[in-house]
Design a protein around this ligand. Structure first.
Ligand SMILES: Cc1cc2nc3c(=O)[nH]c(=O)nc-3n(C[C@H](O)[C@H](O)[C@H](O)COP(=O)(O)OP(=O)(O)OC[C@H]3O[C@@H](n4cnc5c(N)ncnc54)[C@H](O)[C@@H]3O)c2cc1C
Length: 465
């Protein structure tokens, strides 16, 4: 009887089954280096048929599987724990078709997000999902984590951008759900079980994605506001006045901006006056229209109303990119500064100001020298509410406070009707934490779905549930 490794080699070719410690190391460590696990091997199939053969062999042997795309997830979801088979989807990287009349793109799950964006652009269309890891993150990973990014306000999360998927189930059978339909009311919408499931229910091997018309114009502005409440008032004003053309509305607290100015070369504060909070606004339109004038007019009204104290509108592509770089480099700048305790949370937009005021006050009282680095996709109610280590404190001492800090940050999220994971999922990181906040009824339903699709618990064990 051949061993599992021999069967896997027969299924995908021996060069695509990695067993040497030096070859598998990168697949066993997460992007932040926070989780390091052990894998029996890494298998890199090249087609749905090969994925199905791999999964069937593992199921037969009773060995668990960890799906992996670009390994850019931030919660340890793609990292094996104790001897699973890692299945990397990166060789399933073909764009299968583009239908410009139906406005859909069908691709394999291992395509990088950037490759899908490029293919859509070549066809004169837009695939709007966009995030800083897009050169490495894959469509399979994006769907499995229901990724968000900077354009959710206008186009929605990965879930809203997906019409159909193909999945290899935990027993090795293939579900072909690659339908390009915007209307399909024939029972349970099963694709939504796999989107956001972080690989715990099956392996996504392909997807039908929605395409949009490409914007002909964008306007990018930067405004100083004195408080998160004023930022929310400005968001409401801009949406009332400019409606669906608002494609991004980002909030940056002063400490977040200061970290970028300090740690990222060639960064410059766009405004002369130092403000405690700033927002980055982007408008886009598929028709020829004067977006700069629309943005200027909304900002002038906000100035009159006392919501904005200063503002600038980018006059060129490079100027707009420089404003975006200030937002996109915050994570990198924070990493350079040292360890931090991060919270990727969402709240109703109407509770954001209250959340920040109350969380800041409690944390500053209990942890006097901590630096609160708060920024995020305000338009989506999504905050990255992070705490950076005080300069004088030891890394280990600071990290040891995570539990106490989480109680303050996450309990308040729950009290205000929010979620402790807006974008990144649960993975290993928030698996225990979520039990505090979801009801028994909700957890029972999640466990029932898991049991129904993966009765032997072989898909990505130790994650989510
Ligand atoms: C610099 C940086 C910026 C980021 N910005 C954002 C952001 O703005 N918004 C956001 O939402 N995320 C962001 N992320 C997180 C990350 O990029 C996303 O979660 C992304 O969707 C993960 O894709 P991946 O291919 O790297 O997945 P992986 O990290 O490989 O896997 C993530 C999870 O999905 C599962 N999985 C992967 N592929 C499949 C598949 N084919 N079938 C089933 N399950 C699968 C894995 O088992 C794991 O649980 C960022 C990450 C970095 C490093």
């Amino acid at each position: 009887m051949p061993s599992l490794i021999e069967t896997l080699r027969a299924a995908v070719g021996s060069t695509h089954v990695l067993t040497d410690a030096s070859d598998v190391a990168a697949y066993c460590t997460d992007w932040r280096g926070r989780y390091v696990g052990v894998a029996m091997c890494v298998v890199i199939p090249a087609s749905t048929r090969e994925v199905a053969a791999v999964v069937a062999a593992c199921s037969e042997a009773g060995v668990a599987i960890v799906p992996q795309g670009g390994n850019t997830g931030l919660c340890g979801g793609a990292t094996p724990i104790k001897g699973e088979v890692v299945v990397s989807l990166t060789r399933l990287n073909r764009i299968l078709s583009i239908d410009t009349e139906n406005n859909t793109l069908t691709c394999e799950a291992g395509c990088t997000l950037a490759a899908v964006q490029d293919a859509a652009e070549t066809a004169g269309r837009l695939f709007p999902l966009s995030l800083a890891a897009e050169g490495t993150a894959t469509i399979g990973g994006n769907l499995a984590t229901n990724a968000g990014g900077v354009q959710v306000l206008r186009y929605g999360n990965a879930r809203e951008l997906t019409l159909g998927i193909e999945v290899v189930l935990p027993d090795g059978r293939v579900w072909d759900g690659l339908r390009g339909l915007r209307k399909d009311n024939t029972g349970y919408d099963l694709k939504h079980l796999f989107i956001g499931a972080e690989g715990t229910l099956g392996l996504i091997t392909a997807a039908v994605l929605k395409l949009y018309s490409r914007p002909r114009q964008t306007a990018t502005g930067w405004a100083a506001v004195s408080s998160p409440g004023d930022a929310v008032a400005l968001l409401t004003r801009v949406r009332e006045k400019i409606g669906g053309r608002v494609s991004a509305f980002e909030l940056l607290g002063r400490p977040a901006l200061d970290l970028v100015l300090k740690n990222i070369p060639n960064s410059r504060d766009p405004l002369a006056m130092q403000s405690p909070w700033q927002v980055l606004i982007e408008l886009s339109d598929t028709m020829e229209s004067d977006l700069d004038a629309a943005l200027e007019s909304a900002l002038a009204d906000a100035f009159e109303a006392g919501e904005v104290s200063d503002a600038v509108i980018a006059q060129s592509g490079p100027q707009a990119q420089a404003l975006w770089a200030l937002r996109e480099n915050i994570s990198e700048a924070q990493k350079i500064e040292g360890v931090s305790i991060k919270h990727d949370i969402s709240l109703p937009v109407s509770r954001i100001a209250e959340y920040i005021a109350r969380a800041d006050a409690t944390l500053e009282r209990d942890f006097p020298s901590v630096r609160i680095v708060c920024f995020g996709h305000l338009g989506d109610g999504n905050l990255h509410y992070n705490l950076s280590k005080p300069a004088a404190q030891d890394n280990a001492d600071f990290v040891a406070q995570t539990e106490a800090v989480n109680r303050i940050a996450h309990d308040l999220v729950h009290e205000l009707g929010g979620s402790i994971s807006a974008e990144h999922g649960l993975g290993q990181l928030k698996r225990a934490e979520v039990l505090r906040y979801k009801s028994d009824v909700e957890m029972d339903m999640m466990r029932a779905v898991k049991r129904a699709l993966d009765p032997d618990g072989l898909m990505n064990p130790g994650k989510v549930l």
